[in-house]
Design a protein around this ligand. Structure first.
Ligand SMILES: [Zn+2]
Length: 270
């Protein structure tokens, strides 16, 4: 009897594995033809977990993990100031990754991001993008979403309202044209901001100002608030630097060690 039961169980497991592969192939096709459409459809339809795990935005991290639905509501702009977050309050076992500036543009970074399917937001400056727009368009076509990090990467707290607004609005307008999507999330250079920055960001159409709660830096992880590992809702900061591969590995190892997965900032900050 035990042998029969084991055999039956094996057939069931194989069937589920086969279905998962089919779903993944289907999702890969969807993602290729229309990344944004595939992504929003999968989330809004609240599909069963077997299909949701095939979401190309979560890729290799999501295999065998249950579907996650954004459970955070971004506060509205109040008194003409955008809300500020350094992490996202969530009960889901997710973390978020933002990669900044765009100074070092290596094939390593292109290949790793495309292969891993980790959903990332890129906080870029015009001064870096203008040198090599196709590089970032290639990242975008593999799923990355480009957000606002100002035109010239200046410390905004040294600028008046008009100049802060120029730094933020010009970046959003330029990227809107270049990437066919105007940024909605703003990260100030150096994490440095004041109330004027929050107002300028709101006036430029940004919905939120974010900083970070952990970093992948110099090939290892750095945590804030005395933490020794990633916690749900952490926003991790990384950069396009020569050590990209080491930083990205440190990040992925930390995500795995904490039993978390990467989710898209844009999904949680609607
Ligand atoms: Zn920066």
């Amino acid at each position: 009897m035990n042998v029969v039961r084991e055999f039956g169980r094996s057939i069931l497991v194989l069937s589920i594995a086969g279905l998962t592969v089919l779903f993944e192939m289907h999702a890969a096709n969807l993602a290729q033809s229309s990344f944004y459409l595939a992504k929003s459809t999968l989330y809004s339809a609240k599909v069963p977990s077997s299909a949701a795990t095939s979401d190309s935005t979560t890729g290799s991290e999501s295999v065998d993990q249950p579907v996650v639905t954004p459970d955070y509501v971004l506060p509205p702009i109040t008194n003409k100031l955008v809300p500020v977050l350094n992490r996202i309050p969530t009960n889901q076992r997710v973390v978020f990754l933002g990669i900044d500036d765009g100074v070092t543009r290596s094939d390593d970074a292109l290949n790793l991001l495309a292969k891993s399917h980790v959903p990332v937001s890129l906080f870029l400056n015009d001064v870096n993008v203008e040198h090599d727009a196709n590089y970032f368009k290639e990242l975008q076509s593999s799923g990355a979403i480009v957000e606002n990090h100002t035109t010239n990467h200046e410390d905004l707290t040294t600028l008046n309202y008009a100049n802060q607004k120029q730094e933020i609005c010009a970046n959003a307008d330029r990227f809107g044209l270049l990437f066919d999507r105007r940024p909605t999330i703003f990260r100030p250079p150096y994490g440095s901001y004041n109330q004027i920055t929050r107002r300028a960001a709101a006036d430029c159409g940004m919905r939120v100002l974010i900083s970070w709660s952990a970093k992948a830096n110099g090939g290892s992880m750095q945590y804030q608030d005395g933490n020794t590992g990633l916690k749900p809702g952490d926003i991790v900061l990384m950069h396009f630097r020569p050590e990209f591969a080491h930083d990205f590995k440190a990040y992925q190892d930390a995500v795995k060690a904490a039993g978390l997965r990467t989710a898209s900032l844009e999904d949680w900050l609607k």
